[in-house]
Design a protein around this ligand. Structure first.
Ligand SMILES: [Zn+2]
Length: 148
């Protein structure tokens, strides 16, 4: 989270309260804060916030893909194509967020929430392609059985 050019925040290592990078002591628990670690932690905090909002965006796009794909029943196959493109984009975004989370190698409650949202986004994003494959397979199987 960036509040200004110099005022940035991170979680106090002792009590997890949000503190700013220029504080020498935590206003909540009074613990001493290391200014060298503060910048590093603030960087991590802003990366995590970014990952969380990227994961959230992937989830929204995945949800849009499902909604659009449902419209196929009324508007035909071209809409399904749009749904598949949105799904592909959401899968890509969710996987990219998950890869960036894995590379951070940090344990943090916000990071865990970001990972959870990214996984949910991936699940939602896979609904359209998986359903499409199942429908095609069923159509082929039923088509063959009808001809017999
Ligand atoms: Zn504290």
């Amino acid at each position: 989270m960036i509040l200004g050019p110099s005022l940035r925040v991170y979680a106090c290592p002792a009590c997890k309260t949000t503190v700013n990078t220029i504080a020498a002591f935590c206003p909540h628990c009074g613990g001493a804060l290391d200014p060298k670690l503060a910048d590093e932690r603030a960087d991590l905090q802003s990366s995590i916030s970014q990952l969380y909002s990227d994961a959230d965006f992937a989830l929204i796009v995945g949800g849009m893909a499902v909604t659009v794909a449902v419209w196929t029943f009324w508007f035909g196959a071209i809409v399904l194509l749009v749904g598949c493109i949105l799904s592909g984009a959401a899968v890509f975004m969710a996987l990219r967020v998950m890869a960036r989370i894995a590379r951070l190698k940090a344990e943090d409650a916000d990071l865990k929430r970001a990972r959870m949202v990214a996984r949910r986004a991936l699940g939602v994003a896979l609904v359209v392609p998986v359903t499409a494959v199942v429908v095609v397979v069923l159509a082929v199987v039923l088509g063959i059985s009808f001809r017999r």
